[in-house]
Design a protein around this ligand. Structure first.
Ligand SMILES: [Zn+2]
Length: 427
């Protein structure tokens, strides 16, 4: 088991609102003491100098795709959890659009057990709202929750029929469980390959208007209001969606939301040159939308950052733009992209780490292992200045579909601890 002393590191912990330089002693995988004045006992010779480093609670990502069961050539639970901890995440929530989709207790159990077998990170599955994600018949919420799922979503697809969505929200009240909306009005996105606007005109591609997201966000907010259920809006990308969610929160609707790093880092311009690595759903939007997302993060309308880690093989990306699959990988680039917001003076360090820890934890209603004496060691050490270039050779994910491939990024996790063990350490 792990014996380790970390000397004089900047502890940034949103759960205890602490941002201070301190030292930590870990004995036998458990945090023995935290304090400015403690020193390493002579028996502990594993010492890390914390100068210039941050220590945060294990990061949490409530929206990712691990592709197992069914598409293990893109990613599997082994490579996905490795990529997650390399990105600093010790808790991840895989979406249910696997093959077959996770719409029952046995698949939920399979994902949890396989996740646990690698002893690297906690995989808390999100199960389907409807059987086979067909949008017709609700899954067995009670059974699936008892097996360990933490929320329901048909992510990848919206629940098209508003009356089925209403039923799902009503049913969820029996368990007070969370329903996650992939907000897309399919009749507006049909045939679209990118955001509808200036760039789609230049490229001659059929666009998806931002109204496609806004309409669906409004529908689900109204249904949450009607039923009193807990609703979470996935991957918010538009200015109007942020406004709708703000208004809904103000009038007491039980709604939360997330955005992904690409929506505050990139715009539709990244699609220029028919770059399929920038193709995703919802699509990258305009500068005005990007700024609204940043404002939403700043003033707390957006509750958390989730990666929407969506691995695809070269086959699904190196093809015509219209035929390329949607999505980019995100675990290993989320922290440096988030840090950019701190460097630009938009967020302070504690607020950024909140969006990766306490924010998502409150959305899904779990309490992760705290950074305090007596707890098992579970934390992320970040070097905010460490530069790196994600390449096909260095990424831990099986897939490499990211517009940040071969681009220099700044700041990254250098060590991740989970359940008393070091599960990732940068060489
Ligand atoms: Zn989605």
């Amino acid at each position: 088991m792990l014996d380790l002393f970390i000397r004089a590191i900047r502890l940034i912990d949103p759960f205890s609102s602490r941002d201070e330089v301190t030292s930590l002693l870990i004995i036998n995988g458990r945090i023995e003491a935290i304090g400015k004045d403690i020193d390493a006992p002579s028996a502990v010779n594993n010492v890390i100098d914390g100068k210039g480093l941050w220590l945060t609670p294990g990061l949490m990502d409530i929206h990712c795709h691990l592709r197992e069961p069914g598409e293990e050539y893109k990613e599997d639970i082994a490579s996905g959890t490795m990529s997650a901890v390399a990105g600093g995440f010790t808790t991840i929530c895989p979406m249910p659009n696997t093959r077959p989709p996770n719409d029952c207790a046995s698949i939920t159990r399979f994902i949890i057990e396989k996740g646990e077998s690698y002893k690297r990170a906690r995989a808390l599955p999100i199960a389907c709202i409807t059987k086979g994600q067909k949008g017709e018949e609700l899954t067995e919420f009670g059974d699936i929750l008892a097996s360990g799922a933490i929320a329901f979503s048909d992510d990848g697809l919206p629940v098209r029929d508003a009356s089925i969505m209403r039923l799902a929200l009503e049913y969820s009240r029996n368990f007070d469980c969370l329903i996650i909306s992939h907000a897309e009005e399919m009749s507006l996105s049909k045939g679209g390959a990118m955001n509808e606007g200036r760039m789609s005109t230049i490229l001659g591609l059929k666009g998806i208007p931002s109204a496609c997201e806004d309409i669906a966000v409004y529908r689900d907010i109204r249904l949450a209001e009607l039923t009193g259920a807990r609703l979470h809006i996935a991957h918010v990308s538009t200015k109007e969606a942020v406004r709708l969610i703000m208004e809904a929160k103000q009038r007491g609707v039980r709604v939360t939301c997330e955005t992904a790093p690409h929506y505050f880092s990139l715009t539709e311009d990244a699609v220029d040159g028919y770059n399929t690595l920038s193709k995703m759903n919802p699509p990258l939007r305009t500068e005005e939308d990007r700024e609204a997302i940043i404002e939403g993060l700043k003033d707390g309308i957006i509750d958390c950052i989730a990666t929407d880690h969506a691995p695809h093989s070269i086959l699904e990306k190196e093809c015509e733009f219209e035929r390329a699959m949607n999505g980019i990988i995100g675990f290993e680039t989320a922290v440096p992209l988030g840090l950019e917001l701190v460097r630009q003076g938009i967020l302070d360090e504690l607020s950024l780490i909140h969006l990766f820890t306490k924010g998502p934890a409150s959305v899904i209603g779990i309490e992760p292992e705290p950074v305090k004496a007596g707890s098992m060691a579970e934390f992320t050490v970040i070097d905010p200045e460490r530069e790196f270039i994600p390449t096909k050779e260095t990424l831990f994910s099986k897939s490499h579909n990211t517009p940040f491939l071969n681009k220099k990024l700044r700041g990254r996790p250098v060590l991740t601890a989970y359940n008393g063990k070091i599960v990732f350490k940068l060489k």
